[in-house]
Design a protein around this ligand. Structure first.
Ligand SMILES: C[S@@+](CC[C@H](N)C(=O)[O-])C[C@H]1O[C@@H](n2cnc3c(N)ncnc32)[C@H](O)[C@@H]1O
Length: 278
């Protein structure tokens, strides 16, 4: 590192230096790119897809509202493509009319009302997205089945954001994880937007839907992302606890060993690091 750069780092700190001169991966690690939670999940999807020899991967946002998140996703997809070579299929789901009927305590009626977050300026959003993302309109309970059938091994599902606020919609959305194993990367990154507020609990909302999914599926389990914060330079970020992983324990890649040279202890860390497995 040049003397000027060292001096800059000493005065302004490492994050400022990375912001100015850092690589894409470094800026990701320091949370310097917008929607770090989506970036993290989508990058995990791309790295995981590449590790398993894929060239494309699918990323989904359940709950689009006015499209801020979906627009982030298309921007992030092009940055990640430049870094990894992996292309994204991006899909959003929404009623277009805001939250549907609230169906009891599990949907948190103390907070939400039907019609909340109705989409504004639909045509404008579609114009901005162009062909970089698709939106599947309607109640997720009706649309998730055909979508799940549309995913295949050429672009396995690798990242899912659940931002639908309520239990009933989350319960429907998680059905996208019940297709044939080849439709998924073996460990799929997930973001749950509505689990960190005072009324949140395991018996209602998105957390209840996760618990029920795990009870209903013997070899597919959604658990917290145990790699966070791990080796990341920023040890505490509010979004870390909202990141989960769906483990496809029935995936062929998780049944048998792969053919590769034997690892030594010293080569192990480099193997994990270079493939983004930590
Ligand atoms: C908080 S907003 C999403 C915000 C958006 N992800 C963002 O980052 O700007 C929640 C959205 O979930 C959608 N939603 C909730 N339940 C749904 C269902 N059953 N089917 C389709 N969309 C649903 C609502 O229409 C609403 O727009």
């Amino acid at each position: 590192m040049a003397i000027g750069e060292k001096l800059f780092r000493r005065i302004y700190g490492e994050a400022a230096r990375i912001g100015r001169k850092g690589s894409f991966r470094e800026r990701e690690q320091f949370g310097l790119i917008s929607r770090p939670n989506y970036l993290y999940g989508m990058l995990r999807a791309a790295d995981c897809a590449r590790y398993f020899g894929k060239t494309r991967v699918t990323a989904v946002e359940f709950g689009v509202a006015s499209g801020a998140g979906l627009l982030n996703m298309v921007e992030l997809a092009s940055l990640i493509h430049a870094e990894t070579g992996i292309e994204f299929r991006i899909v959003g789901f929404d009623t277009g009319k805001g939250l549907p009927q609230i169906q009891g305590y599990k949907d948190h009626p103390e907070i939400w009302n039907p019609g909340d977050f109705a989409m504004e300026q639909r045509e404008q959003l579609l114009g901005k997205l162009g062909d970089r993302a698709e939106i599947i309109w309607g109640d997720i309970g009706d649309t998730v089945g055909p979508f799940t059938q549309s995913i295949d091994a050429t672009a396995p599902l690798g990242f899912v954001s659940i931002d639908v606020d309520i239990y009933s919609a989350t319960k429907s959305a998680l059905k996208c994880l019940t297709g044939p194993t080849e439709s998924y990367v073996p460990a799929l990154s997930m973001y749950f937007d509505d689990i960190n507020f005072f009324f949140a609990n395991e018996w209602a909302g998105e957390l209840a839907a996760i618990a029920e999914f795990n009870a209903e599926n013997a070899l597919r389990k959604i658990g917290q992302d145990r790699s966070l914060p791990g080796h990341r330079p920023i040890k505490a970020e509010s979004w870390y606890s909202a990141m989960y992983v769906c483990h496809f324990l029935d995936h062929p890649a998780r049944q048998t060993t792969a053919t590769r040279p034997r690892l030594s202890i010293s080569a192990h860390a480099e193997f994990m690091k270079s493939r983004f497995l930590f």
